[in-house]
Design a protein around this ligand. Sequence first.
Ligand code: FCB
Length: 480
Amino acid sequence: MERRKVLRLFFVSTLAAVIAPKFSFAQFNQLEKLDFSSLDFGTDFKWGVATAAYQIEGAHNIDGKSPSIWDTFSHKKGSIKTGENGDIACDFYHSYEKDLDLLKSLNMTVFRFSIAWSRILPNGSGTPNQSGLDFYQRVIDACLARGIEPWITLYHWDLPQILQDKGGWKNRDAIVWFSEYANLLTKTYGEKVKNWMVFNEPSAFTALGYLIGYHAPGLKGLKNYLPTVHHVCLCQAEGGRIIRKNVANANIGTTFSCSHVDVYKSEERDGNAAKRWDMLLNRLFIEPALGMGYPTESLPILRKLNKYIQPGDLEKLQFNFDFIGVQNYTREVVKENAFIPYMKGLEIKPVKRGAMEITEMGWEVYPEGIYKILKQFAAYPGVKKIFVTENGCAFPDEVVNGKVNDTKRIDFYQRYLKEVLRAKKDGVNIGGYFSWTLLDNFEWSECFKPRFGLVHVDFKTQKRIIKESGYWFKDFLLSP
Ligand code: FCB
């Protein structure tokens, strides 16, 4: 079951009944003729792909790397339905040169990637592992040699297991561990790398990993979730300060998983439930960074966060980010349900069942949603600039005669990009767009089935085939 559905079901099934979404594959539109070009976004607009260490690297236990929570979780029987894991994934650890050649061949100029913390600090902290540091140095140099800008995410969900054994993000010491890690990375790579993101989607990894146990480390309950939220928020700002201190001329951001939230039927009936979901999904992590504190007004249960807040913390939660990374895939439609006391009636219900376009993740294709969420984030006075740091889709691709004719994906990109351009033309300061993702990869608890890549990967042979959507990007990005 895909992760948003699991999150929804958690909120409803533990607390009351839910009408489980029944999706159907609808017919997708024929490709529309494009009435815009990449130049409409501006000549300084950045185009690239986003990736994450655990999803592509493989090499899970070589050259001194210790296990991360994802190594442990995926090896634990029953955690992942198919029993698959990221031990090898796309073997990017060994194939980064040719994968960056592929990226270059698509006319993309940004490679967003994350660092596996346990590759460079196998003990979580303390003595760095030189082989691990060297690997990322090679990746950075390989990017630069190809005229590709490396954009680094400090943390994309793979905490060293050794730190999880001490409580992980739930332990306030996480601030000390994370600071040491961020210092090491920025001091090591800060000369060559100027674009940095602190976190990937804190609302996703805290809720999925520490509230409902669907992702690593598989923990559940508010007692795990609430301290985790607070410590992650503190690290979010602290990470920003560390990058600012160590990297001259840095462009510093952090990324958020966000979706436009619609009410199911009427504002009057479902409006409050929609507000609560918007708060959990879209507002919980950005507002403290902007100096607005935690948005607890629509979900009083979050006042329990106060238990973990120490004197001086509210100021420490703030950091003046140069940009915010918006990551959008779908929208959410929310219905009030009086039988759900805990979340005060939060139920999420898809609209237009049967007629709705959905991806292999069960996510609704709703291009207007990216326009709306960009406007929502841009409306915060503290948000100076936005990059779309992830957007993309999974469909069941087929290799036929050595080709992957993924029309649905091209259609998705065309329609979403049109909405990004609309937001830009409406005045949202958007600096770039990064597709999720270059290679089909290990899609967390959904394993290898959902294929998001512009490049098809045969996981048995590691053979790569550029999909038609990859060629579409290549042409789109060619200056006329
Ligand atoms: C995002 C994650 C990314 C990938 C995509 C499909 O939420 O950041 O790692 O799983 O979803």
